[in-house]
Design a protein around this ligand. Structure first.
Ligand code: ATP
Ligand code: MG
Length: 406
């Protein structure tokens, strides 16, 4: 990809109101564009990162035997009345149709998936079943911050599992928890599993939190239980088992998994015929990851004062090639030819290259853009490197530079 063609270019200065690293660098680098409070467009560079994150999640969901589907954002009011969440879901967006009736903009999809699965499954032979989607969610959040950590429209992977008994749900739930830690690791994050309240569904749920000062949540580690607790489960500085806790740490919730049990299968009368010939309620679990929040969290953890430092698996491009042309016309031609042949060789080997081919920009400016965009491998081809028939390679993670023969 030629940087001269890329929409849009990085801005010279960071947005004034940026309160966090993700708001600052994602906007300045041209990864995202704010449309209104809590609503962003994902621009070509940002979409490449988001797609890589989504594909890591897809791979791990498929490895769990889950199948991908896509459900609508527009959801019938009646389904939300069935679960008593039309009034009960605080941040639900409600729409009136011109042809009559009302609908919800989906903040989550239990109200769709439960009756949907009910339309197709009959017996224990159809279970277990796991279905997921990666889709935009809508929540009329009261407090949105600049940046993609908390949006009113945001990306989520939501997985739903259906089981014939609680034991099967427990086993699958633990497999998903393991898979989540792997996903976050692949995204360059050390997430911790945190015990949290189970909401209206069960006693506990598990959150996956990344410790960072920019997080909104506070989590506490219990030395005796050897687990982290969410602040909702901490009273008077003690965990649910009565142990005294250390000081809390700020963290971002990147995932949350729940044992729903029969909460939604009761509401929608989701049943199956068991081996013993008896009708039973399907046991359910649900498992979310905030995909756009995850990208924001990656930036919160992986940046310095010059810009982003993308972890290897989620880089927008593998390589950032900078041509430093100088003024001499002959040299400009020579450097350009060397760059294009290097680019072709890399691309035919499957390497994704962003090539800063601009002729009207100083070396300093190109370096600053490279640091801001945060691609791991920066390659420089200039008069100096060509004098040794070489390229200069700099690693954004380590800052180390080396020369290599062309
Ligand atoms: P929070 O406590 O941060 O409001 P939540 O507990 O209401 O989130 P869940 O219903 O558990 O969110 O949604 C699953 C995941 O979706 C969360 O773990 C989080 O990563 C992501 N998510 C939730 N709300 C938002 C939001 N407003 N903007 C971006 N991501 C979000
Ligand atoms: Mg949650």
């Amino acid at each position: 990809m030629l940087y001269s063609q890329l929409f849009p270019k990085a801005k010279k200065t960071a947005p004034k109101d940026a309160e966090s690293a993700n708001a600052k660098y994602l906007v300045q680098g041209g990864f995202v564009h704010q449309e209104m409070a809590g609503v962003y467009s994902w621009l070509p560079l940002g979409l490449r990162v988001l797609t890589k994150v989504e594909n890591i999640i897809r791979e791990e969901m498929n490895a769990l035997g889950a199948q991908e589907l896509l459900m609508p954002a527009l959801q019938p009011k009646e389904n939300w009345q069935t679960t008593k969440r039309w009034e009960g879901f605080e941040v639900l967006f409600k729409l009136k149709s011109k042809i009559g009736g009302e609908a919800a903009l989906g903040p989550t999809h239990e109200e769709i998936i439960t009756p949907l699965v009910g339309a197709y499954i009959n017996s224990y032979n159809d279970l277990p079943l796991a279905l997921y989607q990666i889709q935009n969610k809508y929540r009329d959040e009261l407090r949105v911050k600049a940046g993609v950590l908390r949006g009113r429209e945001f990306g989520m992977k939501d997985l739903y599992s259906f089981h014939k008994d609680e034991k099967d749900l427990e086993d699958y739930y633990e497999r998903v928890a393991k898979s989540y830690l792997k996903i976050f690791k692949r995204c360059g994050l050390d997430a911790v599993r945190v015990r949290a309240t189970g909401g209206a569904f069960s006693k506990f749920s598990d959150e996956f939190q990344v410790i960072t000062p920019s997080g909104e949540d506070t989590i506490y580690y219990c030395d005796k239980c050897k687990i982290h607790y969410n602040s909702e489960l901490v009273k008077d500085g003690k965990c649910t088992e009565g142990h005294k806790l250390e000081k809390g740490e700020k963290a971002v919730e990147v995932g949350n998994i729940f044992k729903l049990k029969t909460k939604f299968s009761d509401a929608f009368d989701l049943k199956f015929l068991d081996k013993d010939g008896k009708e039973k309620r399907v046991i359910m679990g649900c498992y979310g990851i905030g995909t756009t929040r995850l990208v924001g969290t990656i930036v919160e953890i992986n940046h310095d004062d010059k810009g982003i430092i993308w972890p290897e698996e989620v880089v927008p491009y593998n390589m950032h090639l900078l041509a430093l042309f100088g003024k001499d016309e002959k040299m400009v031609k020579k450097i350009s030819t060397a760059c294009l042949s290097f680019l072709r060789k890399q691309e035919s080997g499957g390497v994704e290259v962003l090539f800063d081919d601009r002729t009207d920009v100083s070396a300093g400016e190109k370096f600053a853009v490279a640091d801001l965009l945060g691609i791991s491998e920066r390659i420089v081809i200039s008069e100096k490197t060509l004098a040794n028939n070489s390229i200069e390679i700099k690693n954004r993670q380590t800052g180390k530079t080396k020369m290599e023969k062309l």
